[in-house]
Design a protein around this ligand. Sequence first.
Ligand code: FES
Length: 153
Amino acid sequence: MKDPESVATSDRRRFLGRLLGGALGLGLLGMLSAVVAYIFPPHRRFATPVRRRQRVAQLREIPPGKGKQVLFGGEPVWVLHLREGLIALSAICTHQGCIVNWDEQRGTFTCPCHGGRFDAHGNVLAGLPTRPLPQLRAEVIQEEIYLARREDG
Ligand code: FES
């Protein structure tokens, strides 16, 4: 017959072992999910569902060859005045959501977080992003720049 005290000690050890194993398992799961989220970031869309056209700037504020960051639906958007006209792109990096910077000299967007780079049309040039910067529709009405969401994006 077993000593009741040794049975209690054994049960306590087993319980503590399971508790420790569970805590380690949860910790590993948390680390694994962070790694998976880093490698496969969730697809981000504009948080604010703005479908209407919104005035964001005057045309004279963005002369040819220049770009300006504006807010559309509360989110940052780059409006570029390129040779072919205006182009508006979300300023939110498609990798993990950092705000990209427009490099006027190179004609590219650079992400300060992990070095992702995009061309002036939002296409990925280098780095960790796998998706282009979402484009918005830009139009000029009476010298004012308006943005709207594209139906496909
Ligand atoms: S957030 Fe990672 S490259 Fe932009």
